[in-house]
Design a protein around this ligand. Sequence first.
Ligand SMILES: NC(=O)c1ccc[n+]([C@@H]2O[C@H](COP(=O)([O-])OP(=O)(O)OC[C@H]3O[C@@H](n4cnc5c(N)ncnc54)[C@H](OP(=O)(O)O)[C@@H]3O)[C@@H](O)[C@H]2O)c1
Length: 284
Amino acid sequence: MKSPTVLVTGATGTVGSALIPALQARGVTVRAMIRNPDRALPGVQNVVADLRDQASVAAALKGVDAAFLNSPSAPDAAALQIQFADSARDVGLNRLVLLSQYAARADSPVRFLRWHAEVEAHLQRLGLDHTVLRPNLYLQALLGFAGTIAQGWFAAPIADAAVSAIDTRDIADTAAVVLTGTGHTGQIYTLTGPRAVTHNQIAHALSVATGRDITFHDAPADQFTAALTGILPPWQLEGLVEDYAHYARGEAADVHTSVPDLTGRPARDISDFARDFAPAFRPA
Ligand SMILES: NC(=O)c1ccc[n+]([C@@H]2O[C@H](COP(=O)([O-])OP(=O)(O)OC[C@H]3O[C@@H](n4cnc5c(N)ncnc54)[C@H](OP(=O)(O)O)[C@@H]3O)[C@@H](O)[C@H]2O)c1
């Protein structure tokens, strides 16, 4: 029997790069959607397409059995994902799995959560077979702090709030189950780690794993903004500060069991992440 083909958007990104081997382990033929042909991935069908070019997306979707939709935050991200979903409906796609975010809500003060909610609402109206994954803060986002962590510290405007942050490898493993299994139509799965951790607990786990002393400092939002101005575009930086305010209010601390329920094994803990990624947090 012919193996199913799954289109993976964001194939070079954090979740997409882990999803590809997870799908291949389930006997799936992966079609990786890439923007730059020079970044073609080994062992998969590569298709060059850009979410901003609807014709290329329609061509990429032709003949696939399911698709995973994931793209970075951008001012037009909702419009681009909605356009992708419309193309998927037009080609008669059987199943779409959407990567959204924990606590996505149309009236959220966090812009990222509003745009994810807009895409979710569109999918519901579209009548396309779909499933929504809402992951919490990525543990892999800590890699963005690796420069100062290697010097022994990191800072963010979150104080001592706990967040049930998730390892992106668990998002990928869960997505692979949903893309290849049955019974997930219309479901919204909130994906978290096995416990909520404070940034001081994260610092402790990184200290244990690297054998170095790593300290977390709470940073006022304006100091955090000043440090990242010019590094991140204003829209993204403002959104990131909104995200941290949401974490600091303790709104992202619930633990959900979707990862173990769907994959059949526990979600990775901060100690697992710290052990596996320790080399990235040591001085060069
Ligand atoms: N970071 C977190 O803690 C967190 C938590 C929950 C949810 N999320 C959600 O996760 C999603 C992904 O965020 P991320 O920053 O981690 O990104 P990512 O998935 O690591 O990377 C973005 C991917 O999208 C591709 N891409 C960018 N622009 C594209 C376009 N116009 N057309 C097609 N592909 C394009 C990139 O390809 P190239 O290689 O060509 O650049 C790359 O493969 C966002 O929706 C975010 O809200 C993030």
